[in-house]
Design a protein around this ligand. Structure first.
Ligand SMILES: [Zn+2]
Length: 322
């Protein structure tokens, strides 16, 4: 849990409650001014309650028939509103979340955080991680039918079948992490094969499961690495320590003598040693990765024990639509 975002989610919930209460007060004021007859009915209903309490205190009369009389009075108010073209529940309390009535907590004996706060919290985490909140970057929204159903060269699968398999693999991983075969994963393939989409869908699922995740582009990783190298900035610490790190588009960042390779190796190596997962997407294949980043980085990414290397073949679906 990120405490700052949790506080923010709770504040949003309180704000919702405040706004709804304000709306009801405003409506009440409006009715008082426009329809004195309804105001009279409302005052009568309030007097019923106070009257009964007073009676009870004095020991005279009982409140037995109070609920009935209250309901009668309420019915009159509803009728009054309706006959003036207003909704019957115009003066009733408004709740965005009926479960907790916008208090953010549920439960009588054991007070628990309400689902609506959790939802708000997850939306804030998504925003912070850089994932859309409209559900468009989820496994459910993944469209394998956009990929051609033609055989891949040297394979027994069509491109569509391959994408289905990769999607299932990624989804299973995101559902089961940390109980997974390999904590690290590389999605390797040309541009436009859905790698970034899959990364975002995985991050989304992890967020739903409250697993801490960070998503950064290789470009911004290099920027952080450079600052850490030359300016002693400790931005890399966050990348080292997050439970799951997703590194998008490795290979698109500029190559800086020493910094890129050295810091990338440290990142992968340190995280593997600490048992933290790193998921990478790259346009480069194994040969290109080796050439650009050295043998020792490639072997970390392809050892099959710590890291699963997932090659994705086929043609770009972003332009031309086949
Ligand atoms: Zn709620």
């Amino acid at each position: 849990m990120r405490e700052d975002l949790l506080r923010e989610a709770e504040a949003q919930t309180r704000e919702t409650q405040r706004k709804n209460e304000e709306t009801v007060l405003r409506r009440r004021q409006e009715i008082y001014e426009k329809y004195p007859e309804i105001r009279t009915l409302m005052e009568k209903r309030e007097n019923l309650i106070y009257g009964s309490i007073l009676d009870m205190l004095r020991g005279s009369g009982s409140a037995e028939d109070l609920p009935e009389r209250m309901e009668e009075a309420s019915a009159k108010i509803r009728e009054g509103l309706k006959s003036r073209g207003l909704p019957e529940d115009y003066l009733s309390p408004i709740y965005d979340c009926p479960l907790c009535q916008d208090t953010g907590v549920v439960g009588e004996k054991i007070r628990e955080r309400c689902e609506c706060v959790k939802k708000r919290y997850q939306a804030l985490v998504r925003e912070a991680v850089g994932i859309k909140n409209d559900g468009s970057e989820t496994f459910e929204a993944f469209r394998s039918d956009l990929f051609p159903d033609t055989m891949l060269p040297g394979s027994r699968n069509t491109q569509r079948q391959q994408m289905e398999r990769v999607r299932r693999y990624c989804e299973k991983w995101a559902n089961e992490y940390p109980e997974v075969q390999t904590r690290d994963m590389v999605l390797s393939g040309k541009t436009g094969l859905g790698k970034t989409f899959l990364l975002h869908a995985m991050a989304n699922r992890l967020i739903q499961r409250d697993v801490p995740v960070l998503l950064v582009s290789a470009y911004s990783f290099l920027e952080t690495a450079r600052r850490s190298w030359f300016e002693n900035d400790d931005g890399l610490k966050e990348l080292m320590e997050t439970e799951v790190l997703m590194l998008d588009d490795l290979g698109s960042e500029p190559m800086m003598q020493n910094v890129t390779t050295e810091q990338l190796f440290n990142l992968i190596n340190e995280r593997q040693r600490a048992g933290r997962a790193t998921v990478i997407s790259t346009n480069l294949n194994e040969g290109e990765l080796k050439e650009r980043y050295s043998e020792r980085i490639l072997s970390r990414l392809t050892d099959g024990r710590n890291c699963m290397f997932v090659p994705i073949q086929g043609q770009d679906i972003r332009n031309g639509r086949r």
